[in-house]
Design a protein around this ligand. Structure first.
Ligand code: GLN
Ligand code: ZN
Length: 744
């Protein structure tokens, strides 16, 4: 570039929430999708939310404001649009139609795939890149945000997903040449970025942030070479803004010296989740130091943060104080949580508090004279408490299986569901009325019992073998348990975007976890009292409860999970004592907590499995333990799933066309397995023939005695009409297979 960029301001954040403090964007999107409002109204809400966010950041005193962190759906999808990667089948009458068609599909066209953003609970849209994809860059969105902010008198730094991460997160378009990977298109994608950077420079932008979180996972030599090539080339561009490459969610490792060897002026490092290794390579660069966690909710320890900043200042050309990642992953403002215990509230820091922390640390750093020895190092948290001894396990599977068969007397190919039945509008209204004090507890419980009765009667009528109570009392499979355990708090406004307009309100696990009294026993017992068939007790597993909460960071994660496991263990015992013969402990998040770097994955899986076994091994041999995992690509962790030692595992399969059944590990899976035969993510009702085919495929892969019949996941998002039609077909198909022998 011709001249060096102006110095980077001393404080910034990598991104800010966009759903709106009161989920304004969610409402605007859903109303637009339902045809209740126009594109114009949606755009107005977007502009207002952006303005509010920039003004707020300015008021809080932040030095450098990010832009283009707003999105109507997802920033990876936005990047695909930026690069002009829009498959023709999605093109609609307006730009909005096209955009939302990619995200959500249309009548006849399935949407692009969606998957989890690294190890967070945010989900992004997966772009598809082929050997002949044409890139037609369109910088309209980042440019208009820069102009919008400028009209408010504010300078901003556009944030773009970087080219390497964009390609690594993309999927190869089907039907391409053998061995093709999206990264093969690096040169063309970098050319598109060159065009975008030139346009931003012409607009007077002086810094651009390029996010490269993919660099904190293990990368091959080829991938690291791509980093070198991309940034060497972007750095050599004549007319361009200053380049700030941000990494987050971990340590840059081998990618750090490579990035540092390119002409990029600034590099962002996550000092909360990454080590501080190889930071000497940053000499001569501006370092954007992520010392305030962007994804946990605890106040930053200023001494520890300052020590890290001073240490960096001794090595780098300039140090900018920042968050470890975008604040997208935390709620807006802890001051809205007036219902929280004030003691706890003082320990918490949501997005706005984190911005204030960043600003304060930048001031502190500026006031600490150069050459000052870093403060006395802050001691690392105490070594982890010894894990409590492993409780005594259950008998070997064969012994248990015999005991259970004698007690349960199930037919071959037992039919069951995953737990939840449709959550009706009346139920939601009753829950809201209870929260608003318009309905009393007995009134509410009466509604829940009536719903349980309806679900039991329906299942008996349809001819299912193992029944469920339907989970009508649960707003959410984690929040429900958090509300009934000590050590957790729940917020009122603490919404965090999960995908598109969807948000979750993660509970806060802040102290030692205890179960003051049984949680699920009453409703489970009531359901069982209505039928002679077995009703499954339904619990959420310890890993999932922790994965979908904000978790204390003063003790090792493993120990926190073990505490939750012990609470679940008590619940298992009590369900058993109440006569429940089958207990399902769901672990859909088992894979989600998996560390990004391979070196840490083995030990994670080991303790995660241990936690599950702590939770379930108190059950007697005659009690059948089920587990459920939602995803089909469990191949990666089938060994761990096996090690959970549940008597029966149900897993998604319908949606992925039974790919799982082809896995060699499935053939060796020695216990009950229910590959889903009904894709509950779709309103489509599977036909009898289709279910029959799935069952016959399962019987080819597994001995009949091991096969269970169930949907892919819980039914709560479907309607009763859909569920009933699907279950009728599932029962009919199962009977056919039972009668025609296939299942001997
Ligand atoms: N038992 C839960 C349900 O049926 C499981 C949900 C899940 O796997 N995400 O809703
Ligand atoms: Zn599921």
């Amino acid at each position: 570039m011709n001249t060096a960029p102006p110095p980077f301001p001393t404080s910034t954040v990598l991104g800010y929430p966009r759903i709106g403090p009161r989920r304004e964007l969610k409402r605007a999107l859903e109303s637009y999708w339902d045809g209740r409002s126009t594109g114009e109204e949606l755009r107005r809400t977007g502009a207002l939310l952006r303005e509010q966010a920039w003004r707020r950041l300015g008021e809080l005193g932040l030095g450098a404001l990010p832009s283009n962190t707003f999105s109507y759906y997802d920033q990876v999808l936005d990047t695909a649009v930026l690069l002009g990667v829009v498959p023709d089948r999605y093109r609609g009458p307006s730009a909005e139609d096209t955009y939302f068609a990619m995200a959500r599909g249309t009548e006849g066209v399935a949407p692009l795939r969606m998957t989890k953003w690294f190890d967070t609970n945010y989900h992004y849209i997966v772009p598809r890149i082929g050997a002949d994809t044409v890139f037609r860059p369109d910088a309209g969105k980042p440019l208009s945000e820069v102009r919008e902010a400028r009209a408010l008198g504010l300078r901003t730094r556009p944030v773009l997903l970087g080219p390497v991460t964009f390609l690594l997160l993309s999927q190869a378009a089907p039907g391409g040449p053998a061995g093709f990977v999206p990264l093969d298109r690096l040169a063309d994608v970098v050319a598109a970025y060159e065009r975008v950077l030139a346009l931003l420079a012409a607009e007077g932008v002086d810094w651009v942030q390029l996010d490269e979180p993919a660099l904190v996972a293990d990368r091959t030599r080829t991938e690291l070479d791509a980093v070198q090539a991309a940034y060497q080339r972007l750095g050599s561009l004549e007319q361009r803004p200053g380049l700030f490459v941000a990494s987050y969610f971990g340590d840059l490792g081998d990618a750090l010296p490579i990035l540092a060897s390119t002409p990029v002026e600034a590099i962002g490092v996550d000092l909360v989740h990454g080590g501080a290794s190889a930071l000497d390579a940053l000499a001569g660069k501006t370092v954007v130091a992520g010392v305030v966690s962007g994804r946990e909710v605890w106040r930053t320890d200023p001494r520890r943060a300052l020590a890290a900043l001073l240490d960096l200042r001794a090595r780098a050309a300039q140090v900018v104080v920042s968050t470890s990642c975008s604040l997208l992953h935390v709620p807006y403002d802890v001051n809205l949580e007036t219902g929280l215990d004030p003691e706890l509230r003082r320990r918490l820091s949501f997005a706005d508090q984190k911005v204030a922390e960043v600003v304060e640390l930048a001031g502190l750093l500026a006031r600490t004279p150069r050459g000052d020895a870093p403060l006395t190092p802050v001691p690392v948290p105490a070594a982890r408490a010894e894990a409590p001894p492993e409780p005594k396990g259950r008998s070997p599977y064969a012994v248990r299986a015999a005991a259970q068969a004698g007690r349960l007397r199930l037919p071959v190919l037992p039919i069951t569901t995953i737990g939840s039945f449709p959550q009706t509008a009346e139920l939601r209204a009753a829950r809201a009325a209870l929260a608003a004090g318009e309905m009393d507890q007995p009134g509410y419980e009466g509604r829940v019992r009536a719903e349980i009765e309806r679900v039991i009667v329906l299942q008996e009528r349809l001819g299912l073998d193992v029944l469920v109570h339907g989970e009508p009392e649960r707003n959410d499979m984690v929040q429900y348990f958090a509300e009934h355990l000590e050590g957790f708090a729940v917020t009122r406004h603490g919404w965090v975007q999960s995908y598109g307009s969807r948000c979750t309100r993660p509970p806060i696990l802040h102290g030692d976890v205890r179960r003051p009294e049984p949680i699920t026993v009453r409703f489970a017992g009531y359901a069982q009292s209505l039928t002679a068939k077995p009703v499954k007790g339904m619990l959420t597993g310890p890993v999932t409860i922790v994965a979908w909460s904000f978790v204390r960071d003063d003790v090792p994660l493993r120990d926190v999970v073990f505490q939750v496991a012990d609470a679940v263990r008590e619940e298992v015992r009590d369900l058993e004592a109440a006569g429940i013969s089958i207990i399902q402990v769901d672990e859909p998040a088992l894979r989600e907590l998996m560390p990004l770097r391979r070196v840490s994955q083995g030990s994670y899986l080991e303790w995660a499995v241990q936690a599950y076994r702590r939770a379930t091994s108190g059950a007697g041999d005659r009690t059948q333990i089920h587990t459920h995992l939602c995803y089909s690509d469990a191949e990666q962790i089938l060994a761990a799933v096996d090690a959970l030692d549940a008597d029966v595992t149900s897993i998604e399969s319908a949606r992925s066309h039974a790919r799982i059944l082809g896995e060699p590990a499935v053939a060796g899976f020695g216990r009950g397995l229910g590959p889903g035969v009904y894709d509950i993510h779709s309103p489509r009702v599977p036909g009898v023939g289709e279910v029959e085919k799935s069952l016959r495929a399962a019987l080819e892969a597994l001995p009949a005695a091991q096969v269970w019949v169930n949907p892919d996941c819980g039914l709560k998002t479907r309607t009763y009409a859909e569920v009933e039609a699907a279950l009728v077909n599932i029962v009919a198909a199962t009977r056919r297979v039972r009668e025609t022998g296939g299942a001997q």
